[in-house]
Design a protein around this ligand. Structure first.
Ligand code: ZN
Length: 269
Protein backbone atom coordinates (compact mmCIF):
# COMPACT_ATOMS: atom_id res chain seq x y z
CA UNK A 1 0.00 0.00 0.00
CA UNK A 2 1.05 3.57 -0.66
CA UNK A 3 0.02 6.27 1.82
CA UNK A 4 -0.29 9.37 -0.36
CA UNK A 5 -0.59 11.89 2.47
CA UNK A 6 1.32 11.91 5.75
CA UNK A 7 2.94 14.37 8.15
CA UNK A 8 5.59 12.25 9.90
CA UNK A 9 7.80 15.34 10.21
CA UNK A 10 5.46 16.71 12.94
CA UNK A 11 6.61 16.71 16.55
CA UNK A 12 3.94 14.09 17.38
CA UNK A 13 6.46 11.59 15.96
CA UNK A 14 9.62 12.95 17.61
CA UNK A 15 9.96 9.98 19.97
CA UNK A 16 9.59 7.09 17.54
CA UNK A 17 9.73 8.51 13.99
CA UNK A 18 12.19 6.03 12.47
CA UNK A 19 11.01 3.00 14.45
CA UNK A 20 7.49 3.69 13.22
CA UNK A 21 8.62 3.93 9.59
CA UNK A 22 10.24 0.49 9.95
CA UNK A 23 6.97 -0.85 11.41
CA UNK A 24 5.07 0.50 8.42
CA UNK A 25 7.49 -1.22 6.06
CA UNK A 26 7.01 -4.53 7.89
CA UNK A 27 3.23 -3.97 7.86
CA UNK A 28 3.01 -3.81 4.07
CA UNK A 29 3.26 -0.05 3.44
CA UNK A 30 5.62 0.37 0.51
CA UNK A 31 5.83 4.18 0.30
CA UNK A 32 4.54 7.33 1.97
CA UNK A 33 4.34 10.86 0.63
CA UNK A 34 5.01 13.62 3.14
CA UNK A 35 2.83 16.65 2.43
CA UNK A 36 4.33 20.01 3.38
CA UNK A 37 2.40 22.51 5.51
CA UNK A 38 4.55 25.58 6.18
CA UNK A 39 7.87 26.54 4.59
CA UNK A 40 9.81 25.14 7.55
CA UNK A 41 8.15 21.72 7.23
CA UNK A 42 9.47 21.42 3.68
CA UNK A 43 13.00 21.48 5.08
CA UNK A 44 12.25 19.39 8.15
CA UNK A 45 10.87 16.40 6.21
CA UNK A 46 13.88 16.36 3.90
CA UNK A 47 16.27 16.53 6.83
CA UNK A 48 14.58 13.60 8.60
CA UNK A 49 13.89 11.35 5.65
CA UNK A 50 16.48 12.19 3.02
CA UNK A 51 18.05 8.72 3.37
CA UNK A 52 14.82 6.80 3.92
CA UNK A 53 14.00 5.08 0.65
CA UNK A 54 10.27 4.70 1.27
CA UNK A 55 9.54 8.36 2.06
CA UNK A 56 8.85 10.86 -0.74
CA UNK A 57 8.13 14.57 -0.52
CA UNK A 58 5.71 17.26 -1.52
CA UNK A 59 6.94 20.84 -1.92
CA UNK A 60 4.31 23.39 -1.03
CA UNK A 61 2.50 25.73 1.26
CA UNK A 62 -0.83 24.93 2.96
CA UNK A 63 -3.59 27.55 2.47
CA UNK A 64 -3.91 28.10 6.23
CA UNK A 65 -0.16 28.87 6.49
CA UNK A 66 0.15 31.41 3.69
CA UNK A 67 -0.60 34.41 5.95
CA UNK A 68 2.45 33.68 8.11
CA UNK A 69 4.71 32.81 5.19
CA UNK A 70 3.60 35.94 3.39
CA UNK A 71 4.64 38.13 6.33
CA UNK A 72 8.06 36.49 6.61
CA UNK A 73 9.09 35.70 3.04
CA UNK A 74 6.53 37.27 0.67
CA UNK A 75 5.09 35.57 -2.39
CA UNK A 76 8.23 35.85 -4.52
CA UNK A 77 10.40 34.58 -1.64
CA UNK A 78 8.15 31.53 -1.18
CA UNK A 79 8.08 30.89 -4.92
CA UNK A 80 11.89 30.91 -5.12
CA UNK A 81 12.18 28.46 -2.22
CA UNK A 82 9.58 26.13 -3.72
CA UNK A 83 11.38 26.21 -7.07
CA UNK A 84 14.53 24.98 -5.35
CA UNK A 85 12.64 22.36 -3.30
CA UNK A 86 10.94 20.96 -6.42
CA UNK A 87 14.35 20.08 -7.79
CA UNK A 88 15.53 18.24 -4.68
CA UNK A 89 15.67 14.40 -4.79
CA UNK A 90 12.53 12.36 -4.05
CA UNK A 91 10.19 15.32 -4.52
CA UNK A 92 7.15 13.93 -6.32
CA UNK A 93 4.42 16.57 -5.88
CA UNK A 94 3.47 20.20 -5.28
CA UNK A 95 1.56 20.53 -2.03
CA UNK A 96 -0.29 20.63 -0.02
CA UNK A 97 -1.83 23.69 -1.63
CA UNK A 98 -5.37 24.89 -2.20
CA UNK A 99 -8.07 26.99 -0.56
CA UNK A 100 -9.52 26.61 2.93
CA UNK A 101 -12.34 28.93 3.97
CA UNK A 102 -13.68 26.52 6.58
CA UNK A 103 -12.00 27.60 9.80
CA UNK A 104 -12.46 30.95 11.45
CA UNK A 105 -13.66 34.06 9.73
CA UNK A 106 -11.69 35.01 6.68
CA UNK A 107 -11.79 38.58 5.45
CA UNK A 108 -11.55 39.24 1.74
CA UNK A 109 -7.83 40.09 2.03
CA UNK A 110 -7.15 36.66 3.62
CA UNK A 111 -9.06 34.90 0.87
CA UNK A 112 -7.26 36.92 -1.80
CA UNK A 113 -3.89 35.94 -0.33
CA UNK A 114 -4.87 32.26 -0.32
CA UNK A 115 -5.92 32.55 -3.97
CA UNK A 116 -2.62 34.21 -4.96
CA UNK A 117 -0.51 31.48 -3.31
CA UNK A 118 -2.72 28.76 -4.79
CA UNK A 119 -2.34 30.19 -8.30
CA UNK A 120 1.44 30.52 -7.82
CA UNK A 121 1.64 26.81 -6.90
CA UNK A 122 -0.65 25.80 -9.78
CA UNK A 123 1.77 27.58 -12.12
CA UNK A 124 4.69 25.70 -10.55
CA UNK A 125 2.82 22.42 -11.12
CA UNK A 126 2.28 23.18 -14.78
CA UNK A 127 5.87 24.37 -15.28
CA UNK A 128 7.38 21.35 -13.55
CA UNK A 129 4.85 18.77 -14.76
CA UNK A 130 4.42 17.60 -11.17
CA UNK A 131 1.14 16.38 -9.67
CA UNK A 132 -0.62 18.48 -7.02
CA UNK A 133 -1.66 17.56 -3.50
CA UNK A 134 -4.78 19.68 -3.09
CA UNK A 135 -6.25 20.80 0.22
CA UNK A 136 -9.68 22.31 -0.43
CA UNK A 137 -12.27 22.84 2.32
CA UNK A 138 -15.72 24.30 1.87
CA UNK A 139 -14.91 25.95 -1.47
CA UNK A 140 -14.64 23.16 -4.03
CA UNK A 141 -16.51 25.14 -6.70
CA UNK A 142 -14.17 28.12 -6.45
CA UNK A 143 -10.99 25.98 -6.45
CA UNK A 144 -12.26 24.00 -9.44
CA UNK A 145 -13.17 27.20 -11.32
CA UNK A 146 -9.68 28.65 -10.73
CA UNK A 147 -8.04 25.48 -12.04
CA UNK A 148 -10.40 25.24 -14.98
CA UNK A 149 -9.56 28.83 -15.96
CA UNK A 150 -6.00 27.69 -16.76
CA UNK A 151 -7.43 25.66 -19.65
CA UNK A 152 -4.83 22.95 -19.09
CA UNK A 153 -5.15 19.48 -17.57
CA UNK A 154 -3.81 19.08 -14.03
CA UNK A 155 -2.74 15.93 -12.30
CA UNK A 156 -2.76 15.10 -8.62
CA UNK A 157 -4.95 14.26 -5.66
CA UNK A 158 -7.84 16.08 -4.03
CA UNK A 159 -6.66 15.22 -0.54
CA UNK A 160 -9.09 14.07 2.16
CA UNK A 161 -11.87 14.28 -0.36
CA UNK A 162 -15.25 14.86 1.29
CA UNK A 163 -17.94 15.69 -1.21
CA UNK A 164 -20.64 14.36 -3.49
CA UNK A 165 -20.16 12.17 -6.54
CA UNK A 166 -20.95 15.26 -8.66
CA UNK A 167 -18.04 17.25 -7.16
CA UNK A 168 -15.83 14.16 -7.46
CA UNK A 169 -16.58 14.05 -11.17
CA UNK A 170 -15.44 17.64 -11.63
CA UNK A 171 -12.07 16.73 -10.06
CA UNK A 172 -11.62 13.55 -12.07
CA UNK A 173 -12.59 15.36 -15.29
CA UNK A 174 -9.76 17.84 -14.59
CA UNK A 175 -7.31 14.95 -14.15
CA UNK A 176 -7.36 14.45 -10.38
CA UNK A 177 -7.53 11.41 -8.17
CA UNK A 178 -9.53 11.42 -4.92
CA UNK A 179 -7.62 10.87 -1.67
CA UNK A 180 -9.78 8.78 0.66
CA UNK A 181 -8.84 8.37 4.32
CA UNK A 182 -10.24 7.99 7.82
CA UNK A 183 -13.23 10.27 7.07
CA UNK A 184 -14.94 7.49 5.14
CA UNK A 185 -15.23 5.50 8.37
CA UNK A 186 -17.00 8.28 10.29
CA UNK A 187 -20.62 8.07 11.32
CA UNK A 188 -23.33 9.06 8.89
CA UNK A 189 -24.72 11.29 11.62
CA UNK A 190 -21.92 13.80 11.28
CA UNK A 191 -23.48 16.46 9.03
CA UNK A 192 -20.78 17.17 6.46
CA UNK A 193 -20.10 13.49 5.82
CA UNK A 194 -23.64 12.40 4.99
CA UNK A 195 -23.49 13.19 1.27
CA UNK A 196 -19.94 11.88 0.96
CA UNK A 197 -20.67 8.57 2.66
CA UNK A 198 -23.90 8.12 0.72
CA UNK A 199 -22.01 8.59 -2.56
CA UNK A 200 -18.99 6.42 -1.59
CA UNK A 201 -20.21 3.48 -3.73
CA UNK A 202 -20.49 5.85 -6.73
CA UNK A 203 -16.90 7.10 -6.64
CA UNK A 204 -14.79 5.71 -9.50
CA UNK A 205 -12.31 3.16 -8.08
CA UNK A 206 -9.81 3.82 -10.84
CA UNK A 207 -9.50 7.36 -9.44
CA UNK A 208 -9.13 6.62 -5.72
CA UNK A 209 -5.88 6.66 -3.75
CA UNK A 210 -5.41 5.89 -0.05
CA UNK A 211 -4.20 8.38 2.52
CA UNK A 212 -4.07 8.79 6.30
CA UNK A 213 -3.16 12.47 6.86
CA UNK A 214 -1.21 11.03 9.84
CA UNK A 215 -1.28 12.01 12.69
CA UNK A 216 -4.77 13.37 11.95
CA UNK A 217 -8.08 11.74 10.99
CA UNK A 218 -7.71 8.43 12.78
CA UNK A 219 -10.33 5.98 11.43
CA UNK A 220 -13.18 4.87 13.67
CA UNK A 221 -12.25 1.81 15.70
CA UNK A 222 -8.45 2.29 15.50
CA UNK A 223 -6.56 2.53 18.75
CA UNK A 224 -4.23 5.28 19.94
CA UNK A 225 -4.33 9.04 19.53
CA UNK A 226 -2.14 9.37 16.45
CA UNK A 227 -3.10 8.06 13.07
CA UNK A 228 -0.46 6.15 11.10
CA UNK A 229 -0.28 4.35 7.77
CA UNK A 230 -1.00 0.91 9.27
CA UNK A 231 -4.56 2.16 9.86
CA UNK A 232 -5.08 2.28 6.08
CA UNK A 233 -6.51 -1.22 6.49
CA UNK A 234 -9.62 0.33 8.11
CA UNK A 235 -10.05 2.62 5.11
CA UNK A 236 -9.52 -0.32 2.75
CA UNK A 237 -12.23 -2.41 4.39
CA UNK A 238 -14.74 0.48 4.38
CA UNK A 239 -14.04 1.11 0.69
CA UNK A 240 -14.22 -2.60 -0.12
CA UNK A 241 -17.63 -2.84 1.49
CA UNK A 242 -18.94 0.29 -0.26
CA UNK A 243 -17.63 -0.75 -3.64
CA UNK A 244 -18.49 -4.43 -3.29
CA UNK A 245 -14.89 -5.55 -3.75
CA UNK A 246 -12.39 -7.55 -1.75
CA UNK A 247 -9.79 -5.77 0.39
CA UNK A 248 -7.07 -7.22 -1.87
CA UNK A 249 -8.71 -5.68 -4.93
CA UNK A 250 -8.95 -2.28 -3.25
CA UNK A 251 -5.28 -2.45 -2.20
CA UNK A 252 -4.18 -3.44 -5.69
CA UNK A 253 -6.20 -0.79 -7.54
CA UNK A 254 -5.35 2.07 -5.18
CA UNK A 255 -1.64 1.21 -5.29
CA UNK A 256 -1.72 1.18 -9.08
CA UNK A 257 -3.51 4.56 -9.05
CA UNK A 258 -0.98 6.10 -6.64
CA UNK A 259 1.93 4.92 -8.80
CA UNK A 260 0.23 6.27 -11.87
CA UNK A 261 -0.35 9.63 -10.19
CA UNK A 262 2.94 10.24 -8.38
CA UNK A 263 5.60 7.88 -9.67
CA UNK A 264 4.93 7.67 -13.35
CA UNK A 265 7.65 10.02 -14.54
CA UNK A 266 9.97 9.94 -11.56
CA UNK A 267 11.08 6.37 -12.21
CA UNK A 268 11.43 5.96 -8.47
CA UNK A 269 9.36 2.81 -8.02
ZN1 ZN B 1 -2.48 17.06 5.48
Amino acid sequence: MIDTHTHYFLKDFDNDRFALIEKLREGGVSSVIEAAIDIESNFKMRKYFFDCDMVFFGAGLHPLRVAYADRIYGLQGCKKMLEVLIRTPKTVAIGETGLDFSRGVFCEADKERQRAYFIMQLELALESGMPLILHVRDCHEEALDIMKSFGEPFKGVSHCFIGSAAIAKRYTDLGFYLGIGGSCTYSKNEGRYIEFIRDLPLLPMDRIVLETDAPYLIPTGCRGRRNNSLNLSAVVSTLAQAQNMTAEEVEMITERNAKECFFNNAGTL
